[in-house]
Write a protein that binds this ligand. Sequence first.
Ligand code: GDP
Ligand code: ZN
Length: 339
Amino acid sequence: MSGHAGAADGRRLAVSVALEPMEADPIAQTPLEPDANSRPPNIVIRGYGQYYDVRTPEGIVRCTVRGVLKRARRKTDPVAVGDRVEITLTGPGEGVIEAVAPRLRTLSRRARGTEDVEQVILANPDQLVAVFAVAEPEPHPRMLDRFLIIAEARGLGAAVCVNKIDLDPTGELRRIFDPYRAAGYPVIETSATTGVGIDELRAILRGKVSALSGPSGVGKSSLINALHPELDLRVGEISAVTGKGRHTTTATTLILLDDETYIADTPGIRQLGFWGIDFEHLDRYFPEFRPYLDQCYYADCTHLTEPGCAVLAAVEAGSIDLDRYESYRALRAGTGDDR
Ligand code: GDP
Ligand code: ZN
């Protein structure tokens, strides 16, 4: 598993911002305050058109964006949910975003109607938690594979949350997720209804910024509600989350669970898409393939038909799950349309 960041991610980011050699990017030339050693830096939790809500140690500040930032970043969103930012206050609860820390990682897609403009769904996520249900709706492993590929390709940690286990009293239904455990992913079984597994889920989220992704109806909102009992402390954020009637242009909201633990309900696979993912290297995004990749006869083996392929041999031997391999093959051999 790659990309699991430590609990002190905010601090580490602030330090690396201060130490990084400055590039041509004018944003990088405005370093954040390094004194974030003593407190987490400000983080963008939600966007509303021209406005962004920034969580600071002093509270939430609604900010506009300095024009120079917009002009400097034409190929990506100047500011995105999850960005660590420097702001100046212009009034009570109001401010301006002056600088954005370089993004360590992003969950992104191609902006609609463009060829090469990045739309950032979530900046600086540490991990992607793919949520599926054992039933209602029936799990779709090929879709889960796609979520995991996105996480691997983006350098994020990944985990699988199997919800609604109260609908699986015999434990038979959840066996469809066994190959993911075998591949090395944490698989957490939960029931938002009964509360089973919520503590375990909370434990893997702690200290990280996590994107919760999965098809609709699997129980993402129910899990988020089950995760924070301290509703009274976070009414503003909760109402923004459930926020019916509030118009937003970016769907992502970062929900604070506790200091430095955030979750974002990110969209489904269609919205995330495979933009920027290198299918030539798809094999690297299947962790259970990795032990075999340097054992194939051909260095550039695609693991589709080549003789002497160690991946195919591992599938034959039952060391690699056949369904996972088929998922790889469909995507590797497929055309852009299948992706
Ligand atoms: P989301 O679309 O992923 O956010 O899913 P929701 O949280 O809206 O849940 C969809 C439906 O599944 C609702 O009717 C929930 O009450 C139900 N649900 C959520 N979690 C569980 C669970 O653990 N067990 C059962 N039986 N139902 C659940
Ligand atoms: Zn091979």
